[in-house]
Design a binder for this molecule. Structure first.
Ligand code: HSE
Length: 314
């Protein structure tokens, strides 16, 4: 195979208490990587940017190119390539944009070089691509972007990934407030986090994470929702990024949200709900933001069971 085209979805990381561990692929936005090997050693990179946000076109600064190079390096291959990246996943709003590009690129490069590497290794290599884009190689965006559905990181170093597809239908209401944040938003959002937590807090957070995982495994939306709303460590530290966060959360939970938290490193917020309640919930969250003088826009989406997906070209 000389040319491949691979797409990978946007993702919601953390899902409340699952900081850096739990993630979910969602429908609505997919980045697309078209990759072709060259006979020489040159790297050509072309960007089709549909996000409305400026993205560097320098190959070495792009998470997709870096991920593809990591896969080559791991396989001991040195070849030039031409990569065309179509960016559809919104940038800098907490939807794992660089993770989607990294996942698609790692998957594409592995496929074009014979598909030898296991998915868990691709997660690790794609996360190295993410490091190029946002400074820290966390796995909770690239894993669901590669596998689809929910992913849980069971071993961060190796890594070991557990993947489960949602067994019940639910909607995700995703709202992005218009706020101004430093350019390297993820790094900034991570700098807000406490370096240490007390044993008491750790116990509470572990209980929430257990609740989240059991909720996901049982397909119990109420249990999942309650867990999503109970992040005692990350959300309190990051809520300062989102004006009126606590009022919005309280209102969302009264307006049909089963669970509400910050999506990834923010500033988007998300709620899970029953499909028939989603439209009203979206309206309520946006109007509550506006009532508090914050412009916001949002969408209704759902989990994507499809992770990185290939389309053979030649
Ligand atoms: N788990 C990461 C964080 C996701 O919350 O910082 C960033 O996209």
């Amino acid at each position: 195979m000389r040319v491949v085209e691979v797409s990978a979805p946007a993702t919601i990381a953390n899902l409340g208490p699952g900081f850096d561990i739990v993630g979910l692929a969602i429908e609505g936005f997919r980045d697309i990587v078209r990759l072709e090997l060259r006979e020489d050693n040159k790297i050509e990179f072309e960007l089709v940017n549909n996000t409305g946000v400026e993205i560097s076109e320098e190959p070495e600064k792009n998470s997709a190119v870096v991920s593809a190079l990591k896969v080559m390096e791991y396989l001991g291959v040195r070849r030039g390539f031409r990569m065309n990246l179509t960016k559809n996943v919104p940038v800098g709003i907490g939807l794992g944009s660089s993770g989607a590009s990294s996942a698609a690129a790692a998957y594409a490069m592995n496929t074009i070089l014979g598909g030898k590497l296991p998915m868990e290794l691709l997660v690790k290599l794609a996360a190295e691509g993410e490091r190029a884009a946002c400074g820290s190689p966390h796995l909770d965006n690239v894993a669901p972007a590669l596998y689809g559905g929910f992913t849980m990181i069971l071993d961060v170093e190796k890594p070991v990934i557990f993947n489960i597809k949602p067994s019940v239908d639910f909607s995700i209401v995703l709202v992005t407030p218009k706020v101004y944040l430093p350019k390297n938003k993820t790094e900034y959002a991570r700098s807000l986090l406490p370096k240490n937590v007390s044993l008491e807090l750790m116990t509470k957070q572990q209980a929430s994470l257990a609740r989240l995982i059991i909720g996901i495994m049982r397909g119990d939306l109420e249990m999942m929702g309650e867990a999503i709303s109970r992040d005692y460590v990350v959300e309190p530290a990051r809520s300062i990024m989102i004006p009126s966060f606590h009022k919005i959360k309280e209102h969302a939970l009264k307006s049909g949200a089963l669970g509400f938290s910050i999506s990834g490193a923010g500033p988007s917020v998300f709620a899970i709900t029953y499909p028939e309640k989603a439209e009203n919930l979206l309206k309520e969250i946006i109007s509550k933001f506006e009532e508090n003088n914050v412009e916001a826009r949002g969408i209704i989406t759902k989990p994507s069971t499809l992770g990185a997906a290939i389309k053979n070209l030649e």
